[in-house]
Design a binder for this molecule. Sequence first.
Ligand SMILES: C[S@@+](CC[C@H](N)C(=O)[O-])C[C@H]1O[C@@H](n2cnc3c(N)ncnc32)[C@H](O)[C@@H]1O
Length: 258
Amino acid sequence: MSHRDYAGCAIPPLVHDIGFGWDPRPEIERLLFVARQAGVEPGSGLELGCGTGRLVQGLQSFVPDVVALDLSPTAVAYAQPRCDAEVCVGDMSDFALDRRFDLIFASANTIRHVCADDDVRRMWNCIADHLEPGGVFVADLELGFDAEAEKIGKPACWMISRGIATVHVSWETIEPPSLETRCCTIRWTFESRDGEPVGKWSEAFPLRTYDAEEFMRLATIAGRLRLSGLYEPRDPYLLETPVGKAVGRMLVALKLEE
Ligand SMILES: C[S@@+](CC[C@H](N)C(=O)[O-])C[C@H]1O[C@@H](n2cnc3c(N)ncnc32)[C@H](O)[C@@H]1O
């Protein structure tokens, strides 16, 4: 397994965990629903880019055998003690765990951290190599090349409190996706105003930006997978969406052939 430089997680894990600290149950229930719609009742699962482990912990009530990896050693060090699961440092574009899973998933735009064409191709092959025949991969991500460019100057902001700590998060597209690299630049800022630690952390990083067609093409050609379901999460509904109309936040389920 190779560990390369990474971008997108230089925020202190506790601050990151509070900032992403909304109730994980609806995400876990949607993930399991989408897997079941694909005909998979997972006994084993692998999370790519698990961050502080907030989803691993909740998923363990439903899936007995969960493994997770993240490129950030500090995130892994935070996640490991809170999860009764194997959590390891690893690169989702280049991993070899020597086993297969019924379900592999990447939440919250995490799959978009893999930017370069070669890395994207290798990632899909790694995913296919780690799925059981008939197993399912689920990604939760925002799709739409033009839609990403339209977000310039319109940051999404939210605020979450835990105990005496309140963390304000701002997520902003600061450079539109380029036709050459297919990446946009995001800046996220976390500000912890009460409790410990108090401070402000900001980081800019690239995210691969996909139209739905391109996402499906790369996954299905390089990864030996086929589209099983594409859904827009619009609480409490999941709206099945055709590839040609998939813009905005989507759940994509891809199955490895039996
Ligand atoms: C937006 S956070 C999401 C964390 C977690 N999935 C959640 O929903 O709370 C993205 C995570 O992906 C990790 N990451 C970025 N590039 C990665 C790579 N190539 N391989 C594995 N993890 C990566 C970052 O370290 C970060 O923890």
